[in-house]
Design a protein around this ligand. Structure first.
Ligand code: C2O
Ligand code: CU
Length: 499
């Protein structure tokens, strides 16, 4: 990749003064954002045009103010933990299918940020990737996202730069697009799974480590659902419950199971599929599964959400039958309304191979330039700068220097055609691979049969090859990356183009 710091004439670089802060650190060691006021793609950069909301549209407005907030995560008497969030409290936006969302991000952080609407097939300009689809939103600034989510389902949103720090401190929100149920549930339960890298005193440990970033990721061990350890949710006895399970962790894999009741998977990454009896369903970071189940009739009886991805199954949360039992006919899991995603025409489709590997050139960044007066020069927006490179897509690591310096696309797809992407994992670690801009169908794996299902993120196990297919109908430059955030930020990220 060109554009490595230290190459090219100095006046072309966006030189900024280092504030001396190490970007990747525990706690709020932000390297500062105000110094980046000049950062951006420069005057020459053009971003894709934003869509306009039609005058007769139904619009849901949301204010999303990125702020510091404290949350009680560790058990008292530990003090609350300093976290980041969108507005006060848990940000859950619920829309009806067909509604527009007008969400204004106000940045009250000390560094720039954006919002990426994970899994939503948005126009390119609304995708929230700094430098690629929009300028970064600087401290004190705001940016309004306007989108009409085309698909129902369970989604989330998060920043897309310095994500280890921002998401690691809790900056994420949930977006639910309703309108997919044929038979309504008695209760709709959102379960947001993540662990926190905090100790028993509620203090952060290092959010990233070289050992983690170069292997399976760095893990916290404060495992929560909706910020609580093993919460118990009271739900109607004998009622039909929809569980929207989201893995928003940065590195944890969950094998989701249910004990105490039969459950069916009815949606993957928000997208409906014919109900599948749940044994366990593997969810990497960013992946979601919607379940349907019937609660036992006897009040006080509990059903467990269990993670089998560990030596001993771990109970993540419990549902407790509450109140007088609802009188319902025998339970038959109802399918959601089918997805409205264009069906890939797999016959004769071209295949693009995407190889996941360790970086061919594992590299530390060159040291900053120290000036005679002792100050330090950095060459790029240090916030989106990776300090190390461990991973690559098709031999190309990005960001190997800076997010700001865009690499050429790994591939260009012709608009309107179906493509098969064969993801080949040449590493000894799991990678949940995510494409922006399109929802794909997982159609095959070298490890055996797969239930074909729609997804925006799919796990590729060590030595596995997974085939996904989609109609490239959304023009623009889109990200493709691993959703283990430390992998993403140390090279396992690239761009694909639809033109
Ligand atoms: Cu949730 Cu680019 O990802
Ligand atoms: Cu990965």
């Amino acid at each position: 990749m060109s554009g490595f710091p230290g190459q090219g004439p100095i006046n072309r670089r966006r030189v900024i003064l280092s504030l001396g802060g190490v970007v990747l650190s525990a706690g709020f060691g932000y390297a500062g954002g105000n110094a980046f006021a000049q950062a951006g793609k420069g005057a020459g950069q053009s971003y894709p045009p934003a869509p306009a909301i039609p005058s007769d549209a139904k619009v849901h407005k949301a204010n999303l103010t990125a702020i510091r907030q404290s949350r009680q995560l560790a058990a008292p008497p530990a003090p609350p933990t300093d976290t980041l969030g969108y507005t006060e409290g848990p940000a859950i936006i619920r829309l009806q299918q067909g509604e527009w969302l007008e969400a204004t991000l106000a940045n009250r952080l000390q560094e720039h940020t954006t919002i990426h609407w994970h899994g939503i097939r948005v126009p390119n300009a609304m995708d929230g990737v700094p430098y690629l689809t929009q300028p970064p939103v600087m401290p004190g600034e705001s940016f309004t996202y306007r989108l009409q989510p085309p698909d129902t389902g369970t989604f989330f949103f998060h920043p897309h730069c310095n994500t280890v720090e921002q998401l690691g401190h809790g900056l994420a929100g949930i977006l639910i697009v309703e309108g997919d149920e044929v038979r309504p549930h008695d209760h709709d339960l959102v379960c947001v799974y993540r662990d926190w890298r905090i100790d028993v005193a509620g203090k952060y440990q290092l959010l990233t480590t070289d050992a983690g970033a170069s292997k399976a990721g760095t893990f916290g061990d404060h495992r929560t659902i909706n910020d609580e350890v093993q919460p118990v949710f009271k739900v109607p006895a004998g009622g039909d419950i929809r569980v929207r399970f989201l893995n928003v962790d940065m590195s944890r894999v969950v094998d989701l199971g249910v004990t105490g009741a039969d459950a069916w998977v009815i949606a993957t990454d928000g997208n409906p599929l014919p109900p599948q009896k749940l044994k366990s369903w593997r969810l990497g970071p960013a992946m979601r599964a919607d379940l349907t189940l019937r609660m036992p009739k006897m009040a006080g009886t509990r059903v467990q959400l269990v993670n089998y991805y560990s030596a001993q199954p771990i109970v993540m949360a419990e549902l407790e039958a509450d109140g007088a039992a609802l009188d319902r006919p025998d339970f038959v899991p109802a399918a959601l309304k089918p997805a409205r995603i264009p069906e890939p025409q797999i016959e004769n489709a071209e295949t693009f191979q995407l190889r996941l590997s360790a970086s061919s050139v594992p590299a530390d960044l060159p040291p900053d330039l120290v000036l005679p007066d002792g100050s330090t020069l950095r060459y790029a927006d240090a916030l989106c700068l990776t300090p190390k490179t461990f991973w690559a897509l098709n031999g190309q690591p990005w960001p190997s220097a800076s997010h700001e310096v865009l690499p050429p696309p790994l591939v260009t797809f012709q608009r309107g055609k179906t493509y098969i992407v064969e993801i080949i994992n040449q590493t000894p670690h799991i990678h949940p691979m995510h494409l922006h801009g399109h929802t794909f169908k997982v159609i095959g794996s070298s490890k055996g049969d797969v239930v074909p299902h729609w997804a925006d993120t799919t796990i590729v196990a060590p030595k596995e090859r997974v085939k996904v297919a989609f109609v490239a109908d959304n023009p623009g430059d889109w990200m493709i990356h691993c959703h283990i955030i430390e992998h993403q930020e140390t090279g396992m990220m690239g761009i694909y183009r639809v033109a």
